[in-house]
Design a protein around this ligand. Structure first.
Ligand SMILES: CCCCCCCC/C=C\CCCCCCCC(=O)N[C@@H](COP(=O)(O)O)[C@H](O)/C=C/CCCCCCCCCCCCC
Length: 215
């Protein structure tokens, strides 16, 4: 999969990954979760270098999780549930403040998990938007309702500037690469509930283990 972030984006592939994410007993497969994010990063990269700092952060977090999956403990990272159990049982998570495990799987996934909520809110706005609605406004609103609450001022400012560079809705829909607008809206109608389900399962798991504020 190396370098796949540079290939052409297709929304259907992202949908497929998030579909494969859930096991029959509603565990979240890390491999497919990562594949979903890789697909999204492809989209981000196609929007231009102004989004480079966001893409870079997402790629570095994806890479941390890939490294865990490929490590000698890889089988413990098969699902988000098994990762949480393994890291907590073996004291591999910095719970209160950064210490000897600053880049645990739990902490790294939490950052992507928060971004998944932004994605859900943004895609729902896109799905229900009108032709001349502004993607930058949809993106900002979704960001303010989610990720922004976890970012310091300087990151919020940089993100806010980048949103101005987002293309209009028609170009945005074209880049999604699934056909005419009605088709995009139909696929978004499948993607949003799926992403929401993955988000909620992870949120409940993290809440149960008191992991929602990992430093
Ligand atoms: C389906 C097609 C349409 C939507 C496609 C969206 C594509 C989005 C792809 C990636 C989204 C970005 C994921 C960002 C992860 C951010 C994780 C994070 O919060 N990191 C911060 C905290 O990390 P630590 O310091 O604690 O390690 C880090 O400080 C962040 C730095 C970069 C800025 C992040 C800004 C996020 C803005 C999200 C909106 C992206 C706009 C994309 C527009 C399509």
């Amino acid at each position: 999969m190396a370098g796949s972030e540079n290939q052409k984006f297709c929304l259907q592939e992202v949908l497929d990954s998030f579909q494969l994410c859930l096991s029959p007993n509603k565990e979240v497969y890390l491999e497919h979760y990562i594949a979903g994010w890789r697909g999204l990063v492809k989209f981000l990269n196609s929007l231009g270098s102004v989004f480079g700092f966001i893409s870079k952060d997402a790629v570095s977090k994806i890479q941390i999780l890939v490294n865990f999956l490929n490590s000698e403990n890889g089988s413990q990272y098969a699902t988000v549930q098994s990762m949480v159990k393994f890291e907590l049982d073996n004291k591999l998570v910095d719970v209160d403040k950064k210490g000897i495990c600053p880049e645990s799987g739990c902490r790294t996934l939490l950052r992507l998990h928060r971004a998944l909520r932004w994605l859900e809110l943004f895609l729902e706005r896109l799905r229900t938007s009108k032709e001349d609605d502004k993607t930058s406004v949809m993106c900002r609103e979704a960001y303010n309702e989610s990720l922004a609450q976890h970012h310091p001022w300087v990151v919020r400012k940089a993100a806010g500037m980048a949103f101005f560079a987002l293309p209009g809705r028609p170009t945005f829909f074209e880049v999604m690469n699934v056909g005419p607008p009605e088709q995009v809206v139909a696929i978004l109608g499948k993607a949003v509930p799926l992403i929401s389900e993955v988000y909620l399962i992870t949120e409940e798991l993290y809440l149960k283990h008191n992991l929602l504020d990992l430093p």
